[in-house]
Write a protein that binds this ligand. Sequence first.
Ligand SMILES: CC(C)(COP(=O)(O)OP(=O)(O)OC[C@H]1O[C@@H](n2cnc3c(N)ncnc32)[C@H](O)[C@@H]1OP(=O)(O)O)[C@@H](O)C(=O)NCCC(=O)NCCS
Length: 327
Amino acid sequence: MVQFRTFHNRDTPGILKLWHASKLGPSAAEGFPCDILELFVFSQPFFDRNGFIVATEDDRIVAFVHAGFRSNESGSDLDYTQGVISGLVVHPDFRGQGLGRQLVGQAEEYLARKGARVVVAGAGLDGNGFYNGIYGGLQASGLSKATVPWDEFYEALGYQPDQNIFVFHRDLTMGRDPISSRLIRHRRRLNLVITDRVRDLSWWWHVRFGHLDALRFELQERHNEEIVASGQIVGLDVYVPKWGVRAVGMRDIYVPENQRRNGYGLSLVLEICRRLREQSIQLIEAQVDSNNEAAQQMFLAANFEHVQELVTYRRELTPAEPQAQND
Ligand SMILES: CC(C)(COP(=O)(O)OP(=O)(O)OC[C@H]1O[C@@H](n2cnc3c(N)ncnc32)[C@H](O)[C@@H]1OP(=O)(O)O)[C@@H](O)C(=O)NCCC(=O)NCCS
């Protein structure tokens, strides 16, 4: 008989086994050892064992749900009113028996007890404090529909579709970089500055990406060092066994508003591609909200391809009974 309980420290090997047996699709890293799960999930300073519920049969872990919270606006702390379901996995042999529904119900109870007013399954762009670097590619910002009918599942549980995140890939071994007189002028006029010094990054950035290799890139005017575009890359080393190539994620490409539509964003993305190609990186991934037309068009102009979508689902919660608010 299947039983439910909260996480124990000794569970990591059983969860790793479940992860690898569950065919989680192209967005899930595979072939990694227990210490990666410890690093990316259980050793996070805000990991709460009460939010990680496992289903067991004869002591074997056959499913889990992982509930948590997204950060506040400034990224300085968790916002306990905004619950997320960071992870939900049911072993293929145990699907279709109501385990997913029961686990989501228990996750919702936990979140409501802690003060959540809403729950977002899949978390959304920059919403997931866990699994970054092992699920979702660049970040664990949504659910891949490649192997699971998430629409049917979450809609049956009373959730509404929420965010759509487009995943773009560029294979650096294929095709040529676009060229134009504007891009050539930028190369003459601008300096590319690369630094591993992290600056102006929030607590939320550090807890999610601090254990990955990261670099910051800036395009600066040669004559006055004004920054016209900036961005970051993070290493996706845990994906090497799954994807068979060295990959990095490109994020936070930013052009000051008064400098937009001058080709600076595109110039920066192409400069980063050039540098990574020299380092024998084969694949770059970027994630963009489906409403962010500017960023999508910029990545397409840089010869990225739209390869898949990550999705989230949302449900408002009714407040918990007051006497239950103390775990
Ligand atoms: C996305 C962003 C970086 C683009 O920077 P930019 O320097 O203005 O973009 P570019 O001038 O290099 O544009 C390159 C191409 O992208 C497309 N594009 C850029 N902005 C666009 C817009 N607002 N609408 C439609 N297409 C747009 C165009 O095809 C453009 O080529 P064109 O000027 O020859 O028509 C900028 O809008 C920004 O900083 N946005 C806020 C941060 C963000 O959303 N970052 C993305 C997450 S990684």
